[in-house]
Ligand binder design. Structure first.
Ligand code: GLY
Length: 394
């Protein structure tokens, strides 16, 4: 009797163990399905044929075609950046070869003084290449680009001019996105020993600190400066829903920009700025539960407004770094949440979708009805960067 009871007990234990192992195998299978899907997406970037005149920027569902841009476009550096990131993530040397090819085509931008977007173009390509291996040529290109970008700095306004268009309306527009150029300037000083780039970056960061942020810690997209008084003459938007709204990607640039400014200066005003805007973002009533923001927190169409995966990945990448400085788990939790949400077939493009992108659902320019709810290269870029940052802290 005792024997048969213990035998039953024994069988019951085996039964429970089998059920449990079945469950955990299912979980592992689900995880590896996503990893397999991601690998298939990564390969789409690797096998995309090289064309120096056409950097893949996004996929237009309307046109049923990949939107391709020349190197002068602000997004050109992201594709090469994605390939450098993929090497860091996978260790597959083939990505280096492709990254080098795509990166080379951006070199001529080092002399392009007609826009401020030097950081996005040159730093995301050549700068990421330098993180992988020493390259004197890349270093020279970064210094040359910093010199060109410096020509857009105004000593009186104490800022780098962002755009040259819309001259009938704006005198000296500076956008929050401009903070993303500072990494290139800080690095140019480290490479060359010429402190002027570092000083210029600090001056720009201080001016933006003074004028771009609202009392509730959200930020304006565009501050236009008066070229006679050197003071702000209007604070408006170009890509948000209205001048007083919170365009989420702009907030991403602000959080990321001040986090990197702290990295190079250790000026706590910059870290505090990044944290205050990160808090505004995290606590916003319109931030969805899965962490992937709507394109603008103030779109009245919420919850039916389009998301912007790129805004979520930019903030996620920045928050891993903020966690590194503060050890506050909530920043890391947000980054992990965004990665968990994105690692799903809701966001990852189908394995056979023929375009060199990873994620769907970014929104480029809503007011212009351009790139709404589509795969966009810079959404992928900050997704991969966040994965690398999380891997490194682990
Ligand atoms: N200018 C960069 C952006 O559209 O976010």
């Amino acid at each position: 009797m005792i024997f048969s009871q213990s035998k039953n007990y024994y069988f019951l234990l085996i039964f429970v163990a089998l059920i449990l192992s079945g469950c955990s195998r299912k979980k592992e299978d689900a995880k590896s399905d996503i990893e397999i899907l991601l690998e298939k997406r990564y390969e789409k970037l690797l096998t995309y044929s090289v064309d120096s005149l056409a950097f893949p920027r996004s996929y237009s569902y309307k046109a049923n075609a990949i939107k391709k841009v020349p190197s002068k476009d602000w997004t050109s550096g992201f594709f090469a950046g994605n390939l450098w990131h993929l090497y860091s993530l996978t260790g597959n040397q083939d990505y280096i070869e492709k990254a080098e090819e795509w990166t080379a085509f951006i070199e001529k931008e080092k002399f392009n003084n007609r826009t401020h977007d030097m950081g996005f173009k040159v730093y995301n390509s050549f700068g990421n290449g330098l993180k992988i291996k020493e390259n004197k040529r890349y270093k020279n290109i970064i210094v040359e680009s910093a010199k060109t970008l410096s020509t857009r700095f105004d000593e009186n306004i104490k800022s780098i001019r962002s755009w040259d268009f819309n001259k009938e309306v704006w005198q000296f527009p500076v956008i929050i996105d401009n903070m993303m150029n500072l990494e290139l300037l800080f690095e140019a000083t480290k490479i060359s020993g010429d402190s002027s780039f570092h000083k210029l970056a600090v001056t720009h960061a201080n001016t933006t600190l003074k004028h771009h942020f609202r009392p509730d810690n959200s930020c304006y997209h565009v501050v236009d400066y008066d070229t006679l008084t050197y003071q702000p003459r209007m604070k408006v938007t170009h890509q948000g829903i209205n001048d007083e709204s919170s365009w989420t990607r702009g907030h991403g640039w602000g959080i990321y920009g001040y986090t990197l400014a702290y990295r190079y200066t250790k000026d706590t005003r910059y870290l505090n700025r990044a944290i205050a805007t990160a808090e505004y973002f995290l606590n916003h009533k319109n931030l969805p539960k899965d962490g992937i923001p709507y394109w603008d927190f103030d779109d009245p169409a919420i919850p039916n407004a389009p998301r912007d995966v790129s805004a979520g990945t930019i903030v996620a990448a920045a928050m891993v770094e903020i966690y590194g400085y503060t050890q506050e788990e909530k920043y890391l939790d947000y980054s992990k949440k965004v990665m968990t949400s994105l690692k799903s077939p809701d966001y990852i493009l189908a394995a056979d979708f023929d375009a060199p992108f990873i994620l769907d659902h970014s929104t480029g320019n809503w007011p212009k009805n351009d790139e709404i709810d589509e795969p966009i290269a810079y959404g992928d870029y900050y997704f991969l960067e966040t994965l690398i940052r999380l891997k490194n802290i682990n």
